[in-house]
Design a protein around this ligand. Sequence first.
Ligand SMILES: [Zn+2]
Length: 493
Amino acid sequence: MLTLSIPIYEKLPNSLDLRLAIQWLTGKADWIGLRLYQEITHQRGARNGHPDENQVSFDRGVMVEVFHQGHFGYCGTAHLTKAGLELACHQAKQMAEAGAKYKVADFDLSAVRPRSVGHYRSPVFKNLDCETLGDFSETLRLASLKLKVSDQIVNAIANARLVETSIHYVSSDGSDTLQEFLLLGHNYAATAQQGSESQTRSDHGGVASCSQIGLETWDRAEILNRCARIGKEALELLQAPNCPSEKMDLILAPDQMLLQIHESIGHPLELDRILGDERNFAGWSFVKAEDFGQLQYGSKLMNATFDPSVPGEYASYAFDDCGNPAQREYLIKDGLLVRGLGSLESQFRSHLPGVANFRASSWNRAPIDRMANINLEPGSSNLKDMIAQTEKGILMEANMSWSIDDYRNKFQFGCEYARLIENGKLTSVVKNPNYRGVTVPFWNSLKAVGNAQEVEIYGTPWCGKGEPSQVIRVGHSSPHCLFSQVEVFGGVQ
Ligand SMILES: [Zn+2]
């Protein structure tokens, strides 16, 4: 039986004993860290009832990190031999020497590289060997057929991405952490066309249906039901009027809250951004160091956490890439900004409180400050009550487009699907819904937050940052949220 399972250690050639490797290098610098990163990615898809994509890719290498002359140097290598690692160690030392003349901080090594030992594994109950490759691909083919509810559906796609990742980290002073992840993401999208007009509806905005879980949620009947609804909603959008342009109350569904949290809480609170490290690439931040403990970022209903401990959320983990144990922390408490997204190095430089978020996208990148799971904590309302209390408003679902300035301040975001709310009731569907705002006033207009029973958990593999570029996985959870008097507008007709 050909299954989806490709156990990582058995199939990758020339496995490396990292505990032996650190012994080869110990003494060649004041401190050495080795991070072995192994990843298998399965990408499978179907389009309009036909197989479209069926590939597996492998990636493996070691990042050698040294502390030398009071400075860090890095060198990644895919040559996993003693000679290969010694050469990488030598090059990392040369880099540290060159950089030491211009260093921005005199790091205390023990403050930024804690000694850690531990093991983490994704909470998987149904492994990849529970499903044959044939059955898995057939579900995707049937899903793409199910999306085609009419001849007006001109494109129907179903795809899935399964990732098995292992990160083993050891250091010359005794750190030894092993983390094994299984990540599942799948998406279904239908594009409907009539004349020159086309509308696309997808499953929670394309990349949002991602979790760190096994095949326990992979249910063919449930997926096919979802696809029938997605196809029907694409047709509905084709016939719908354009979204009106005026100020009104706005309810955002959790699959759009993902983007709102990501762009207007996550990125502006990254401490390396606030320190200016990112300004010639991804940008700066409107948040200043003195704002922590002072800035009323949102209304009293706003509570945002960094939480890598949520079982099954896409970016849960036990240690970041310098061995710092990861734990839940409030970033914003009762609307007040209290903590930044900064690793031990950024905390040392800025003297601000941070989190365990020093993460690299692979073996050939050095860690930087990243989001992990950034979640909006539940409140006490619910969607039904939010709709009932809204005289004139709109409910928007699923991210379609985003634009935000490089200080993460002014933004405008578009969604796939919306329904108007009139006198406390949901009424007509409208197409091309968008809204715009400015980060702090927008979050201060938050006037209701759904309860814990209505929290939905999403994620995306596509958060880009850094120079050279790094794309990393993040998770975001939220209930529905109600914002008052937001500038809403329709798309170009
Ligand atoms: Zn991002």
